[in-house]
Design a protein. Structure first.
Length: 145
């Protein structure tokens, strides 16, 4: 898994193109992974994948979604979320083949691999967290805290 700086306003292309190796106390978050580097099975029962698809990294909805997610990385980390990005349909990643998006799509999955929601427009972390908080496994996690 690659480490990336989670800085708001950082364009998606730069984020995905420049992996960063950080020191122990740097504000680095292990939440963004390119789809080419992973499969959905890698995250089964480990994290909740939030997958952002687009036909190009220049799609304004893709860029807006990445910025919305990176504005609140701590909230995503609290929800055990991993953000998987795929803006290259020609690469035919395993994630793209499994979820079969058309154009821009935001797909939120549960830890068991089931699809929680699909959205054709960007969603805020607050909206994503509300949909995740309704899941039975998340309810169990909240009760055990």
């Amino acid at each position: 898994m690659k480490r990336f700086f989670a800085l708001s306003g950082l364009c998606a292309q730069m984020l995905l193109a420049a992996p960063v190796v950080a020191a122990e106390n740097d504000p680095v978050v292990d939440i963004v992974v390119p789809a080419a580097d992973t499969t959905l099975e890698d995250w089964l029962w480990v994290k909740r994948p939030v997958v952002v698809f687009a036909d190009s990294p220049n799609d304004p909805r893709f860029r807006e979604q990445i910025e919305l997610l990176l504005d609140r990385p701590d909230a995503l980390d609290d929800l055990d979320v991993v953000v998987i990005t795929d803006s290259d349909p020609a690469a035919r990643s395993a994630v793209r083949q499994a979820l079969r998006p058309r154009g821009f799509a935001l797909v939120v999955l549960a830890k068991d691999g089931t699809i929680v929601t699909r959205k054709p427009r960007p969603w805020s972390v607050r909206e994503i967290s509300r949909s995740i908080d309704k899941l039975p496994l998340r309810q169990d996690e909240l009760r055990s805290q």
